[in-house]
Write a new protein. Structure first.
Length: 49
């Protein structure tokens, strides 16, 4: 488990989070929490591998 802190969606270290949260095109009912989780996993896999 990890925490990103307040304002993480505007933090330049987490551009993937901002992209998920600001994506107004995604109106298909997909949970943004799930999208954030998947984006975080992808980002961490890239940097921790």
């Amino acid at each position: 488990m990890f925490m990103l802190g307040s304002g993480f969606d505007n933090d330049p270290q987490y551009p993937w989070a901002k992209a998920v949260l600001k994506d107004i095109v995604r109106q298909d009912g997909v949970n943004k929490g799930e999208l954030l989780y998947e984006s975080a996993k992808t980002h961490l896999d890239k940097w921790l591998a």
